[in-house]
Design a protein around this ligand. Sequence first.
Ligand code: YXS
Length: 263
Amino acid sequence: MPIIEPRIISRIADAVGTITLNHEAKRNALSETLVGEVVDALAEFQRRDVRCAILRAAPGVKVWSAGHDVSELPEGGKDPLGWRDPLRQLIRELENFPAPVIALIEGSVWGGACETVLACDLIVATPDATFAATPARHSVPYNVSGLLTFLNAAHIHIAKEMLFTAQPIPASRLERMGIVNHVCSAGEIEAFSYGLARTITQNAPLSISVMKEQLRILAGAHTMSPQDFERIQGLRRVVYNSSDYNEGISAFKAKRKPVFRGH
Ligand code: YXS
């Protein structure tokens, strides 16, 4: 039985819990295994009354996370981002975790990891950190709650630029738009982020936890008719049943540029 190395490192000190993504070989891709370990660590933090969590990768990393594990995306014909998908579960766990989560970002952030960072409560990044939303790079039909994460974090024009271009956008630009809370040099980002976390831990945890849940409920309070929801799901089905969807996954696995034909 092969020994699976832990995909993350987690620790707790002074009511601050830290989760460090630690699967460099696959660029911290959000695989079912890695997400499971993050979820377990958050559950331990809750048991240990952690008052602020920090989600980070190893100091100085080039790739914070390469996003959803493409090798775990289903071949065509199945919703690639259904309720039980690891990325969807990770987003829900971060949003439901009863204390603030600070995303400490160095390096590049891709695809579902972009949404993961936006689903955190605060974002601190180095100036050269970049964020690339990539559904359009792989012909993936992003899901409704996932798009809402982008819309709640960014003006619709910026969300559209991120989603339609799939290009890396620097943290310094996202800070100017209020999407990234703070930009700090690589030498300062750790002390700054833990300083922010300690400030939060000095405040009333119940009040913070309830305000976080209230803001989650308010941010998700969007009416949508059953007909509109069914229309959206039908449109998404067209995408994940398309040859473009299969082309996106095949091209990634073959390490070549995809050729999309629009069907
Ligand atoms: O060939 P080996 O076995 O060494 O593995 C390679 C890559 O296949 C693997 N890897 C990944 N495996 C699964 N899922 C991924 N997302 C993923 N990304 C990388 O890691 C090993 C090293 O990769 P390599 O050689 O490319 O590293 P690099 O340093 O030259 O380049 C790093 C990246 C991140 C620029 C490059 O790996 C890359 O472009 N990765 C894909 C980024 C991306 O498009 N992510 C979106 C995934 S799909 C997703 O998140 C959502 C479904 S959506 O697209 O809708 O948002």
